[in-house]
Design a protein. Structure first.
Length: 102
């Protein structure tokens, strides 16, 4: 996770996961990525001594350190990497208000 002037950017490495098997949600300050990595169908009839890539459902939640505009989140998925850009909420700037005394 890194932060730019305008955005919070998160990258999730999801090798072997198809884009349509990934979902994102934001609840409060929590971003959740859910998905499912299927078993390679070519390997189901073989015996394996060691498999490094797990298959099945997964879920990862990350607490966001700043407030974001959830309705403007953009996500791209390319080469097994999900990049999520979350625009930060504009800071509330103090302003001076003139008050007339009557």
């Amino acid at each position: 996770m890194h932060e730019t002037k305008d955005d919070l950017v998160l990258n999730f490495e999801l090798p072997g996961v198809r884009e349509k098997e990934v979902s994102l949600s934001i609840t409060g300050d929590l971003l959740t990525v859910r998905g499912e990595r299927g078993l390679n169908r070519d390997l189901t009839d073989e015996s394996h001594h060691h498999v490094e890539r797990v298959h099945g459902k997964f879920e990862r939640s990350v607490r966001l350190p700043v407030s974001v505009q959830a309705e403007k989140v953009k996500a791209t998925y390319r080469d097994g990497v999900l990049e999520v850009k979350l625009p930060k909420v504009d800071e509330v700037k103090p302003r001076e208000i003139k008050i007339d005394i009557v």
